[in-house]
Design a protein around this ligand. Structure first.
Ligand code: HEM
Length: 428
């Protein structure tokens, strides 16, 4: 196991260098992700202790299994029989039974057969056609967003550009009227709750926001039942498989999940990829010169950034990961951010190469039953955004300090000051 014929990888100067020990590693403290993702720690773990019992001072148990190699992460992700999403939900944080009861009502925190039934029904709303139909709106939204900053010649890329698009797209997808979009924005921001001091708020704010969103979703679904259109929630209120339909409660919960799942992820992918291009200007020029590289560039952005850094499971039986025995009831955390830099799968994993093929990353999951439902929608948003940026602000450059999010869950960026040559809005 440890060492053996596993490839050597960079040790990461900021995180211990050559003299580091496993006890130096603390993946619980979100403060350790502020400067940068601790890639040196992950490289060390993949090489030396790929399934590590990691201490957890704030957890219900005294630790959790931290899984860092690609093959092991994929195996955990695919095996919902032995690694349950439902037992303790899928977030790092340990919840008491009351909160768990609510968490388990969202599909992300369900196991088969309940999950399978739910997924079959909601799949009806996520068809390729539905995504295609949204594309014209995504282009229009992207152009309007760039219009709002292009004359100034500078912007906060996160607040003014990357945060806006996913919000507008989710509202469109769900059939939320234009005038109510700011409500969605507020609720989803508040619900995510954050360990970053910049976003800290009253303790009741997330609960209050989710109740308001819930009531809103309820009303919206009632309207869609009476007067259906082409949007996702109209489709879902009608969706039926062998007489089975989603209940009002299930629809409301799905609305809530989408508001969160589709927002921060896509925002931080676009932000993180922009920073990657600033760090690798040759790759920006390469993409400018050859737009046919966009599809492979998108996959590389997803691999390199990995906006969702981990998910959690609970062992449902005594089981083995790699060589390591896991006991039923143990907490297991698997790191997408580490799997996507595993040198046994990706050649030169720390290099950002927009032409990389194959690129079987696990940014959307490792092919298990919970594989990201919005993957193709996200890919389309990313494609449109970078295509329009390359056309309209080709000389975009970093113009200050990047500020990262304090989180060990979302690989996030809060502010990216940028500058570019001013231009006239399209005003379409
Ligand atoms: C770059 C953007 C995104 C990333 C990196 C991302 C990542 C993920 C990951 C890692 C999972 C868990 C997969 C697993 O455990 O196997 C997931 C699940 C999910 N995602 Fe995404 N996501 C993104 C965008 C979106 C968008 C735009 C939507 C919807 C509009 C969405 C909706 C969902 C839903 C509903 C689930 C739960 C699926 C289930 O439980 O069966 N995601 N996503």
């Amino acid at each position: 196991m440890a060492g053996s014929n596993y490839p050597a990888e960079p040790s990461g100067e900021a995180f211990g260098g050559d003299t580091m020990e496993v006890t130096d590693i603390d993946l619980c403290d979100p403060g350790n992700f502020v400067e940068a993702v601790p890639h040196g720690w992950f490289a060390y773990l993949r090489r030396e202790v790929p399934v590590q019992w990691h201490p957890d001072p704030n957890g219900f148990a005294d630790g959790f299994w931290s899984v860092t190699r690609y093959d092991d992460c994929v195996a955990v992700n695919r095996d919902s029989t032995n690694f349950s999403s439902q037992r303790a939900a899928t977030l790092f944080h340990d919840f008491d039974e009351e909160v768990l009861g609510q968490q388990r009502m969202m599909m992300l925190n369900m196991d088969p057969p309940m999950h399978t039934r739910y997924r079959r029904l909601v799949n009806k709303g996520f068809t390729p056609r539905m995504i295609r139909d949204l594309e014209a709106n995504v282009v229009a939204s992207t152009d309007a967003i760039i219009d709002s900053v292009c004359e100034a010649g500078s912007a906060d890329f996160v607040e003014q550009i990357s945060a806006e698009l996913p919000l507008q797209v989710i509202a469109d997808l769900m059939g939320v009227p234009q005038e109510d979009r700011h409500l969605m924005f507020d609720w989803s921001n508040k619900m995510v709750g954050s360990e970053d001091p910049e976003y800290q708020q009253e303790a009741e704010a997330p609960v209050q926001a989710s109740m308001e969103l819930f009531a809103y979703a309820d009303e919206l679904c009632a309207k869609k039942r009476l007067d259906p259109h082409q949007d996702l929630f109209s489709v879902l209120t009608q969706a039926e498989i062998e007489g089975d339909q989603l209940t009002s409660l299930e629809l409301d919960l799905f609305f809530m999940l989408l508001a969160v799942a589709g927002n921060e992820t896509t925002r931080n992918l676009i932000s993180g990829a922009m920073v990657a291009f600033f760090d690798h200007p040759d790759q920006w020029e390469r993409l400018r010169a050859d737009r046919s590289l966009l599809p492979s560039a998108i996959e590389e952005m997803l691999r390199y950034v990995s906006p969702v850094m981990h998910f959690r499971r609970q062992a449902a039986a005594d089981v083995v990961i790699g060589d390591q025995k896991i006991t039923e009831g143990d907490k297991v955390v698997f790191w997408h951010i580490s799997a996507n830099r595993d040198a046994s799968v990706f050649e030169n994993p720390d290099v950002f190469d927009i032409g990389r093929t194959p690129n079987n990353h696990m940014a959307f999951g490792g092919g298990g039953p919970h594989f990201c439902l919005g993957a193709n929608l996200a890919r389309m948003e990313i494609r449109v955004m970078f295509d329009r940026l390359l056309d309209r602000v080709p000389d975009i450059r970093l113009d200050g300090d990047v500020q990262r999010l304090r989180s060990n869950f979302i690989n996030g960026v809060k502010h990216i000051p940028v500058a570019f040559t001013p231009s006239a809005p399209l005003g379409r």
